[in-house]
Design a binder for this molecule. Structure first.
Ligand code: NAI
Length: 457
């Protein structure tokens, strides 16, 4: 038995299903193959459940803070079963909605484990599905540290999202996105948390100002961290787990989270057998997401670079339009907004200051302190908006830190992607009192006419 469609897509996560939906809009016939649940990592093990946990964490913090605002409430503890019920309801609602969308699109949905068996064919349970084009969208999974064995006390983010109890003491290995988000949740839920990061600062991929301020904020929250500290070994006993650092220090905990990155899911799927070039497991593509095999594309986390659901969506839309002959513009990682939902939140788009200096030479920056922003004071958050402009030129990077500042990344993204000058942005009136005003204030300052001058160049 075999089927033939314009597109066969292997993997129904953010990249795969976005390809399917856009391709159907363009009138292409589509077969979408998924072995687990439609929606992939983002919906089931990543973005959505983590952000639900972070919202529960925010409520715990709000309950603690309530009396200081004259509201009579108290924090009495966390019922993890209740937290999971809430999180799972959100995931299920979105999952049902997504299933409806894919069904309504007219794509053929095939449930089962797929494997590439010819240059543009995938076999699922003995049935071969051949496409004029094939899209590889099998995503990523958590990586571990060589020699570190995962188990009940040593977990990745997959297990961390399903814990029955709040651990008393946690060591988080890796102080980047997953590490700081889950550290934030556990601290709000009452745990003692220590993060171990091999590089010199937390969130090392962000602008250095973000790392410095996040460390200050985490210190205030009582989140411990060790930077410049590589983990050399982890050993578990029945009652606890010990993490040995380079240099010999040992940290003990009830639970260890390994958050040292995610690797591509490409092994054993027949990719290399049929000529798809891989590099350390990642699929090698050109800027039009073409693999080494004609007619075969890759999207999402399989493609080296940012591992973000919205990058997967953008890749999927790109490939569908490319196959349909619309010649879309390539998706550039540097233009993609990034949000880390720890408390305080981090958001950024475009170049960090050091990278902007490397590329553009002379740059000007302005850091507007949220101490001057009314809404941020109402929320009780500290933080800043940092805008980086090419000297005399457009804005090339925006970096945000503070409670809820993730929501401000939209305007930041327009500034960078439309290559706006601060003078252009300064023309627009920003609503008061909003946190969004801080972006307007930074633009006013860079345009030489600061209003509430609460920042520095
Ligand atoms: P990552 O690759 O961003 O960071 C891993 C960190 O672990 C690095 O800072 C590295 O220096 C450190 N590290 C590695 N080995 C170490 C060792 N032996 N000892 C101490 N530190 C060590 O990986 P992460 O945070 O696991 O995230 C994976 C991916 O998922 C990322 O691409 C991230 O962007 C994405 N993600 C995005 C989210 C968002 O957009 N909000 C949320 C969660 C994940």
């Amino acid at each position: 038995m075999s089927t033939e469609t314009d597109l066969v897509i292997l993997g129904g996560g953010s990249g795969g299903y976005a390809t399917a939906l856009r391709a159907r809009q363009l009138g292409l016939s589509v077969t979408l193959v998924e072995r687990d649940r439609l929606g992939g990592t983002c919906l089931h093990q990543g973005c959505v459940p983590t952000k639900a946990l972070l919202h529960a964490a925010e409520l715990a913090d709000a309950a603690r803070a309530a009396p200081a605002h004259g509201v009579l409430a108290s924090f009495d503890g966390v019922d993890m079963a209740g937290v999971h019920a809430y999180k799972d309801r959100v995931v299920e609602r979105l999952h049902t909605g997504l299933q409806g969308l894919v069904k309504a699109s007219g794509a053929t949905y095939v449930e089962g484990e797929g494997r590439m068996v010819a240059p543009r064919s995938v076999e699922v349970d003995g049935q071969v599905h051949t496409g004029t084009s094939l899209v590889l969208a099998t995503g990523s999974r958590p990586r571990s540290i060589p020699g570190v064995e995962l188990g009940s006390r040593v977990v990745t983010s997959d297990e961390a999202l399903r814990l029955d109890e709040v651990p008393e003491r946690v060591v988080v290995i890796g102080g980047s996105v997953i590490g700081v988000e889950l550290a934030s949740v556990w601290r709000s839920f009452g745990a003692e948390v220590t993060i171990v990061e091999g590089l010199p600062s937390l969130v090392p991929l962000e602008d250095p100002a973000i790392g410095r301020q996040l460390e200050r904020a985490f210190r205030r929250r009582g989140i411990g961290f060790r930077t410049d500290a590589m983990v050399r070994g982890v050993s578990s006993s029945a009652s606890e787990v010990a993490v040995t650092l380079e240099g010999g220090d040992v940290l003990t905990a009830d639970l260890v989270l390994v958050a040292v990155g995610r690797g591509p899911v490409t092994a054993g799927l027949g990719y290399e057998d049929h000529g798809v070039e891989l590099a350390r497991g990642w699929v090698v593509v050109d800027d039009r997401l073409r693999t080494s095999v004609p007619g075969v594309y890759a999207v999402g986390d399989l493609v080296p670079g940012l591992q973000l659901a919205h990058r997967g969506f953008a890749h999927g839309i790109f490939v569908a339009e490319e196959v349909a002959g619309l010649s879309p513009d390539p998706v550039e990682d540097a233009d993609i907004p990034r949000v880390t939902y720890c408390e305080p939140e981090i958001a950024s788009v475009g170049l960090t200051e050091p990278r902007a200096r490397e590329i553009h030479g002379d740059v000007t920056t302005y850091e507007y302190d949220l101490a001057g922003n009314g809404k941020s004071q109402i929320l009780g958050t500290t933080g800043f908006v940092k805008v980086v402009r090419q000297a005399g030129g457009p804005i090339v990077g925006v970096h945000l830190l503070g409670t809820r500042m993730g929501e401000q990344v939209g305007e930041a993204s327009l500034m960078v992607n439309w290559e706006a000058f601060p003078e252009d942005v300064a023309q627009f009136v920003h609503a008061h009192p909003t946190q969004n005003e801080a972006l307007g204030e930074a633009a006013l300052a860079l345009a030489g006419k600061p209003l509430h001058a609460h920042g520095r160049s």
